[in-house]
Design a binder for this molecule. Structure first.
Ligand code: MG
Length: 222
Protein backbone atom coordinates (compact mmCIF):
# COMPACT_ATOMS: atom_id res chain seq x y z
CA UNK A 1 0.00 0.00 0.00
CA UNK A 2 1.15 3.55 -0.75
CA UNK A 3 1.85 5.23 2.58
CA UNK A 4 2.15 8.98 3.17
CA UNK A 5 4.04 9.64 6.40
CA UNK A 6 5.30 13.21 6.09
CA UNK A 7 3.63 16.40 4.85
CA UNK A 8 6.39 18.95 4.28
CA UNK A 9 5.44 22.62 4.17
CA UNK A 10 7.44 25.55 2.93
CA UNK A 11 6.96 28.50 5.29
CA UNK A 12 6.94 31.95 3.64
CA UNK A 13 4.13 32.63 1.14
CA UNK A 14 2.96 29.02 1.63
CA UNK A 15 1.73 28.64 5.21
CA UNK A 16 0.26 32.17 4.94
CA UNK A 17 -0.77 33.86 1.66
CA UNK A 18 1.49 36.24 -0.25
CA UNK A 19 -1.02 39.05 0.28
CA UNK A 20 -0.09 39.07 3.98
CA UNK A 21 2.97 41.06 2.90
CA UNK A 22 5.55 39.26 5.07
CA UNK A 23 7.88 38.47 2.16
CA UNK A 24 7.50 42.01 0.90
CA UNK A 25 8.67 43.26 4.29
CA UNK A 26 11.56 40.76 4.30
CA UNK A 27 12.40 41.80 0.71
CA UNK A 28 12.68 45.42 1.87
CA UNK A 29 15.07 44.33 4.64
CA UNK A 30 17.14 42.26 2.15
CA UNK A 31 17.37 45.28 -0.11
CA UNK A 32 18.53 47.52 2.74
CA UNK A 33 21.08 44.92 3.78
CA UNK A 34 22.57 44.84 0.27
CA UNK A 35 22.60 48.65 0.02
CA UNK A 36 24.16 49.16 3.47
CA UNK A 37 26.57 46.24 3.81
CA UNK A 38 27.81 46.23 0.20
CA UNK A 39 27.61 50.00 -0.25
CA UNK A 40 25.58 49.78 -3.46
CA UNK A 41 23.06 52.27 -4.81
CA UNK A 42 19.38 51.29 -5.08
CA UNK A 43 19.49 50.12 -8.68
CA UNK A 44 22.73 48.16 -8.38
CA UNK A 45 21.34 46.46 -5.26
CA UNK A 46 18.15 45.49 -7.10
CA UNK A 47 20.09 44.06 -10.06
CA UNK A 48 22.39 42.12 -7.77
CA UNK A 49 19.44 40.59 -5.89
CA UNK A 50 17.71 39.59 -9.14
CA UNK A 51 20.91 38.02 -10.42
CA UNK A 52 21.61 36.00 -7.24
CA UNK A 53 17.99 34.92 -6.93
CA UNK A 54 18.03 33.60 -10.50
CA UNK A 55 21.41 31.92 -10.16
CA UNK A 56 21.28 30.53 -6.61
CA UNK A 57 17.64 30.48 -5.50
CA UNK A 58 18.26 33.05 -2.74
CA UNK A 59 20.08 36.37 -2.43
CA UNK A 60 21.87 35.02 0.64
CA UNK A 61 23.55 32.20 -1.24
CA UNK A 62 25.02 34.68 -3.75
CA UNK A 63 26.16 36.98 -0.93
CA UNK A 64 27.94 34.07 0.77
CA UNK A 65 29.64 32.89 -2.43
CA UNK A 66 30.70 36.29 -3.81
CA UNK A 67 30.92 38.58 -0.77
CA UNK A 68 31.69 36.16 2.07
CA UNK A 69 28.99 37.68 4.26
CA UNK A 70 28.21 36.20 7.67
CA UNK A 71 24.95 34.30 7.11
CA UNK A 72 23.89 34.71 10.74
CA UNK A 73 24.27 38.49 10.55
CA UNK A 74 22.22 38.47 7.34
CA UNK A 75 19.46 36.19 8.64
CA UNK A 76 19.12 38.14 11.86
CA UNK A 77 18.85 41.42 9.92
CA UNK A 78 16.38 40.40 7.21
CA UNK A 79 13.86 38.70 9.49
CA UNK A 80 13.26 41.77 11.64
CA UNK A 81 9.72 42.35 10.39
CA UNK A 82 6.51 43.18 12.32
CA UNK A 83 4.88 39.74 12.06
CA UNK A 84 2.16 40.55 14.59
CA UNK A 85 0.93 43.36 12.30
CA UNK A 86 0.94 41.13 9.20
CA UNK A 87 -0.32 37.74 10.39
CA UNK A 88 -3.21 36.62 12.54
CA UNK A 89 -4.46 33.32 14.01
CA UNK A 90 -5.61 30.85 11.34
CA UNK A 91 -8.38 28.67 12.83
CA UNK A 92 -9.43 27.15 9.49
CA UNK A 93 -5.88 26.03 8.70
CA UNK A 94 -5.53 24.76 12.27
CA UNK A 95 -8.61 22.55 11.80
CA UNK A 96 -7.24 21.23 8.51
CA UNK A 97 -3.87 20.42 10.10
CA UNK A 98 -5.67 18.66 12.98
CA UNK A 99 -7.21 16.29 10.44
CA UNK A 100 -3.94 15.32 8.75
CA UNK A 101 -2.64 12.27 10.62
CA UNK A 102 0.81 12.32 8.96
CA UNK A 103 3.81 14.09 10.53
CA UNK A 104 3.91 17.76 9.60
CA UNK A 105 7.23 19.45 8.93
CA UNK A 106 8.37 22.98 8.01
CA UNK A 107 11.15 23.07 5.37
CA UNK A 108 12.29 26.67 4.96
CA UNK A 109 15.11 28.76 3.50
CA UNK A 110 14.60 31.04 6.52
CA UNK A 111 15.63 30.41 10.14
CA UNK A 112 13.84 28.27 12.71
CA UNK A 113 13.36 31.41 14.85
CA UNK A 114 11.47 33.15 12.05
CA UNK A 115 9.47 29.96 11.36
CA UNK A 116 8.58 29.56 15.04
CA UNK A 117 7.46 33.22 15.25
CA UNK A 118 5.26 32.81 12.17
CA UNK A 119 3.68 29.59 13.45
CA UNK A 120 3.14 31.05 16.92
CA UNK A 121 1.49 34.19 15.50
CA UNK A 122 -0.84 31.97 13.47
CA UNK A 123 -1.54 29.70 16.46
CA UNK A 124 -0.42 26.51 14.69
CA UNK A 125 3.06 25.81 16.13
CA UNK A 126 1.96 22.66 17.98
CA UNK A 127 1.14 20.86 14.72
CA UNK A 128 4.70 20.60 13.49
CA UNK A 129 7.13 17.95 14.69
CA UNK A 130 10.17 19.39 12.88
CA UNK A 131 11.40 22.69 11.49
CA UNK A 132 14.19 22.08 8.97
CA UNK A 133 15.80 25.48 8.37
CA UNK A 134 18.57 27.02 6.31
CA UNK A 135 21.20 26.17 8.94
CA UNK A 136 20.15 22.53 8.85
CA UNK A 137 20.78 22.75 5.10
CA UNK A 138 24.24 24.16 5.84
CA UNK A 139 23.09 27.32 4.00
CA UNK A 140 22.51 25.33 0.78
CA UNK A 141 18.99 26.70 0.26
CA UNK A 142 16.21 25.09 -1.75
CA UNK A 143 16.29 24.39 -4.71
CA UNK A 144 19.84 23.06 -4.22
CA UNK A 145 19.57 19.22 -4.24
CA UNK A 146 21.68 19.02 -1.06
CA UNK A 147 18.86 20.70 0.88
CA UNK A 148 16.44 17.88 0.06
CA UNK A 149 18.96 15.16 0.88
CA UNK A 150 19.56 16.84 4.23
CA UNK A 151 15.80 17.04 4.89
CA UNK A 152 15.34 13.33 4.19
CA UNK A 153 18.33 12.43 6.37
CA UNK A 154 17.08 14.53 9.30
CA UNK A 155 13.59 13.03 9.05
CA UNK A 156 14.92 9.55 8.27
CA UNK A 157 12.26 9.62 5.57
CA UNK A 158 11.74 7.84 2.29
CA UNK A 159 10.87 10.44 -0.40
CA UNK A 160 8.06 8.18 -1.63
CA UNK A 161 6.39 8.68 1.76
CA UNK A 162 6.53 12.50 1.54
CA UNK A 163 4.28 15.19 0.16
CA UNK A 164 5.79 18.65 -0.24
CA UNK A 165 3.88 21.91 -0.61
CA UNK A 166 5.59 25.14 -1.69
CA UNK A 167 4.64 28.37 -3.48
CA UNK A 168 7.69 27.94 -5.75
CA UNK A 169 7.46 25.47 -8.64
CA UNK A 170 11.24 25.69 -8.85
CA UNK A 171 11.55 24.40 -5.28
CA UNK A 172 9.16 21.54 -5.99
CA UNK A 173 11.08 20.18 -8.99
CA UNK A 174 13.88 18.48 -7.03
CA UNK A 175 11.28 17.06 -4.62
CA UNK A 176 9.34 15.50 -7.46
CA UNK A 177 12.51 14.08 -9.01
CA UNK A 178 13.16 12.33 -5.69
CA UNK A 179 9.67 10.81 -5.79
CA UNK A 180 7.72 13.10 -3.46
CA UNK A 181 4.14 14.14 -4.21
CA UNK A 182 4.25 17.88 -5.00
CA UNK A 183 1.65 20.59 -4.38
CA UNK A 184 2.04 24.14 -5.70
CA UNK A 185 0.19 26.76 -3.66
CA UNK A 186 -0.99 30.24 -4.65
CA UNK A 187 0.81 30.46 -7.95
CA UNK A 188 -1.68 29.55 -10.68
CA UNK A 189 -1.23 26.64 -13.03
CA UNK A 190 2.08 24.92 -13.46
CA UNK A 191 3.16 21.82 -15.31
CA UNK A 192 5.51 19.54 -13.50
CA UNK A 193 3.69 19.36 -10.16
CA UNK A 194 1.09 16.84 -8.99
CA UNK A 195 -1.47 19.28 -7.57
CA UNK A 196 -2.16 23.01 -7.65
CA UNK A 197 -4.11 24.81 -4.90
CA UNK A 198 -4.93 28.46 -4.31
CA UNK A 199 -4.39 28.58 -0.57
CA UNK A 200 -2.92 26.31 2.02
CA UNK A 201 -6.16 25.24 3.76
CA UNK A 202 -7.08 23.40 0.53
CA UNK A 203 -4.43 20.83 1.43
CA UNK A 204 -7.30 19.06 3.20
CA UNK A 205 -8.89 18.37 -0.21
CA UNK A 206 -5.64 16.89 -1.50
CA UNK A 207 -5.54 14.54 1.50
CA UNK A 208 -9.09 13.36 0.78
CA UNK A 209 -8.15 12.75 -2.83
CA UNK A 210 -5.08 10.71 -1.86
CA UNK A 211 -7.20 8.59 0.48
CA UNK A 212 -9.60 7.93 -2.41
CA UNK A 213 -6.62 6.92 -4.55
CA UNK A 214 -5.71 4.28 -1.97
CA UNK A 215 -3.02 6.09 0.00
CA UNK A 216 -2.68 5.29 3.68
CA UNK A 217 -1.97 8.56 5.51
CA UNK A 218 -0.42 8.39 8.98
CA UNK A 219 2.71 8.40 11.08
CA UNK A 220 5.22 5.65 10.49
CA UNK A 221 4.58 2.60 12.62
CA UNK A 222 7.22 1.17 14.93
MG1 MG B 1 7.94 30.29 -0.09
Amino acid sequence: MKALEFVIFDLDDTIYPRRAGVMQAIGTRIHRYVVERLGLDEEAAMLLRQDYLARYGTTMRGLIIHHHIDPEDYLQYVHQVPLADLLSPAPRLKAVLDNIPAEKVIFTNATREHAARVLRTMGIEQHFTHIVDVRDMEYQSKPHPAAYRQLLTLLDANPQACLMVDDSARNLRPARELGMITVLVGNGQEDGVDFVIEEIAEIGEIMRQLLLEGWKVGKREG
